[in-house]
Design a protein around this ligand. Structure first.
Ligand code: ADP
Length: 485
């Protein structure tokens, strides 16, 4: 498909200019393992130049960003949402080829990206501080100020969506940005940045430094002149970037993944629950931080639910993203090898593969495909129940009653999302309060992406919130002004 695709600039965006970097690197298509593009490989000097450009844009020494009012930012963001939608086809093609995800999902991701710009565009001029009653001879107010230069390190699983989530919110609040997209998939991000520049985003407001995590990412996280860091990725890398940022007391938002449970009770509407359970783990081949990767099912219905899910899993097909099958490839050979090693160890431990999907006959040779699968008969405390597998693998556990369901749901260091499927209203709320996670979905899962809904984790899933108004506030800090009169 790559011949029909218009590639974005394969350079770094610094101070409104596309600049060549000293080094470059190859990105490959996950569906074939073949080269897709050669992109910039930024090093410390280029990251530093990008941070300086962002600083100057924030301080009003470069471009007109600092002079824009909240209303001007709002208007630009709203216009940019239309631009994204007008380029949906091109962006979705890039996202599909670069990440390997099915085309329908890629298109949905581009729509979500546009929605972030529309949501935060609408919110930019509605963000305000407070006045506070104090002593009678005082007037006290708070200002919500942008931090300044926001460093954003984002992953390869949802490049366009996470670009929307981070960039739209940070710009809406008046910050400038240095964004480090992931080495495995960043073409849609480069294309979005090109569109932003071509649609008159002032120079330096958004800078993009593609490259490896250990080079560009590490330089950015440790840079002494960033004012805020938001990171989405693995818990291990999250620890590293937070430690680097702590050297300069830079506040961080960490969004780090999960092992999110779906709880299905005997009184649930199974016609609604079971397709959602499958979707929750198959989406993006399970490479989703909020994947519903654990199914907890009540004993009375466990046998029939598993039998039903086996049919659904057996019918799943893996193919290249453009074929728009149920499941695409994993992102790279390393992720595939890691998952396959864990699955082999699980089988060696006697865990049952109750059902597997199939590879479509049209699937390209050389793609990083792992078949969707359903694992049952898992010993308590086994690794597959605790670790994020980041693939299309659903693990099943059986519970007797509400108390056991809650204990199992919370038997994890992660805490990002949970799904509760029951018709009992009291139980819905008891569990929603009892589950340790940032989001809880009752009789649905994922709320269709939920651009408007605060999102983030507890424990090993990270801290801080993105999305919704909460995400916008998290790109601001409060200044208190006390006036004696
Ligand atoms: P994965 O292992 O799934 O690729 P990571 O958490 O390593 O997940 O990657 C998420 C993002 O973090 C990517 O943009 C990656 O380049 C970046 N990254 C990786 N290592 C570091 C690091 N040491 N410092 C800063 N960023 C990093």
């Amino acid at each position: 498909m790559s011949h029909a695709m218009t590639l974005p600039p394969q350079q770094a965006l610094i101070g409104g200019q596309w600049v060549n970097t000293a080094a470059t690197m190859q990105v490959e298509a996950p569906a074939t393992g073949e080269p897709l593009a050669r992109i910039a490989r930024c090093q410390a000097e280029e990251v530093d130049a990008a941070v300086q450009a962002a600083r100057q844009a924030f301080a009003g020494q470069l471009g007109e960003w600092a002079s824009w009012s909240a209303r001007q930012r709002s208007e630009w963001l709203l216009r940019f949402a239309d631009v994204i939608e007008a380029h949906q086809e091109q962006l979705a093609q890039l996202e599909c080829a670069d990440t390997g995800k099915p085309m329908t999902q890629a298109k949905g991701d581009i729509s979500a990206c546009a929605r972030y710009f529309r949501f935060y565009g609408g919110a930019a001029d509605k963000l305000h501080g407070e006045t506070i009653p104090f002593e009678n001879d005082f007037a006290v107010m708070t200002l919500r100020e942008p931090y300044g230069v926001c460093a954003q390190i984002i992953p390869w699983n949802y490049p366009a969506q996470i670009f929307g989530r981070c960039v739209a919110a940070a710009l809406a609040a008046g910050n400038t940005i240095v964004l480090k997209p992931a080495e495995d998939a960043c073409l849609s991000v480069l294309c979005l940045a090109e569109l932003a520049v071509n649609h008159s985003l002032p120079a330096g407001a958004l800078n993009v430094v593609p490259g490896f995590g250990y080079e560009a990412g590490a330089s950015l996280a440790a840079h002494p002149q960033i004012d805020h860091l938001s990171f989405t990725g693995s818990p291990e890398t999250g620890t590293q970037v937070a430690q680097a940022a702590a050297q300069h007391h830079v506040p961080v938002t960490l969004e780090l993944g999960g092992k999110s449970p779906q709880l299905v009770f005997a009184d649930a509407d199974l016609d609604a629950a079971l397709p959602a359970v499958v979707r929750g783990i198959i989406q993006n081949a399970g490479q989703t931080c909020s994947a519903g990767s654990r199914l907890l099912v009540q004993r009375d219905i466990a046998e029939s639910v598993v039998a039903h899910l086996c049919e659904r899993f057996a019918a799943l097909r893996c193919d290249a993203g453009e074929a728009d099958a149920s499941c695409g490839p994993l992102i790279n050979a390393r992720q595939k090898a890691k998952l396959e090693a864990r699955l082999a160890a699980a089988e060696a431990d006697g865990i049952c593969v109750a059902a597997r999907g199939q590879l479509a006959s049209s699937a390209p040779v050389g793609g990083h495909f792992v078949l969707p699968q359903l694992l049952t008969d898992i010993p308590d405390g086994h690794e597959v129940l605790k670790e994020e597998l980041f693939g299309p693998v659903l693990v099943v556990q059986v519970f007797e009653d509400e108390a056991e369901a809650l204990a199992l749901a919370n038997a994890t260091d992660f805490g990002l999302c949970a799904g509760i499927w029951t018709r009992d209203g009291g139980r819905q709320l008891r569990l929603a309060k009892g589950i340790r996670s940032g989001q809880v979905f009752i009789n649905n899962y994922g709320a269709a992406g939920g651009v408007e809904l605060p999102f983030g984790g507890v424990g090993r899933s990270g801290h801080g919130r993105e999305k919704g108004f909460e995400g916008l506030r998290s790109y601001t800090r409060i200044k208190t002004i006390a006036i004696k009169h």
